[in-house]
Design a protein around this ligand. Sequence first.
Ligand SMILES: [Zn+2]
Ligand SMILES: [Zn+2]
Length: 323
Amino acid sequence: MMKTDAAVLWRVDEPLEVAEVELATVGANEVRVRIEASGVCHSDWNAVTGASATPLPAVLGHEGSGVVEAVGDAVTSVAPGDTVVLSWLPACGTCRACQQGRPSLCERATQQMAEGSLPGGGFRLSHNGARLHHYSFLSTFARHAIVNERSCIRLPPGTDTDVAALIGCAVTTGIGAVINRAKINPGCSVAVFGAGGVGLSVIMGARVAGLASLLELAFSVTRPGGMIVAIGVPPDGSAVTLPAPQLVRSEKIITGTLYGSARPAIDMPMILRLHAQGRLPLEKLVGRRYRLAEVNEAFADMRSGTFARAVLRPWADRTGTGG
Ligand SMILES: [Zn+2]
Ligand SMILES: [Zn+2]
């Protein structure tokens, strides 16, 4: 048992509170990671507002990188001192979806994520002895996290941990949507909705035109035979209406992608290699860096679209490297 600091969401629609929490010792297949950086994602915000039902209280954050501090007896793929990017979808490897090569649809991971536990059902976070839930198997809004070994993807020494954190969710989701799900070929036209000023203007125009949702707009502007890939997670209970005759006559394909349909252990190092080759300017996505205590400010800036990505540096107030 050790103590660390973490940003806790106690109740829906309340600010997060940075509190001292207890972290249990690592289980056999688990790893304790010192969190170096954590991106702030709209999915975390969906937990704050209740748009996505989340077991509370919980330590949020699911887009992180860090350094391994301790490993359980059965861990073989990482060792203390390794730099890792964390996958929020540690697929079991044995269920039907995993066997079909679609780890982002892992049946076990999907079920246990909804319970707010680690894979296998364990809980390692508490506050004054009372259970705190894990968020998306990671809980990276903290100085330390205990995660399953399968969430850890080892990175080359010297990897930029801010960039690595973003590969933990946003980058892999976006790039995976293109290369894994849409499988876009050279020469294809791509429209991206919700990517800043232009995207927001499209949304406003869509509202004026009376389209109920972005998906409906995307469907209406996609060429016959084209594909619409939904990436952002809409609120629980929301629905979409499509013109049924056009679905047949235009042969448009509408699909979702979770986590960019990625195989994290393969795709994340590949994305880092592309970054190292100068082909993906991922560092431009890192907007402002925040101390852990500034997590609510980071959320506010994320929601206003001030920066491409807000990045928490949980150790910044101790090392003086934060923004
Ligand atoms: Zn995310
Ligand atoms: Zn599985």
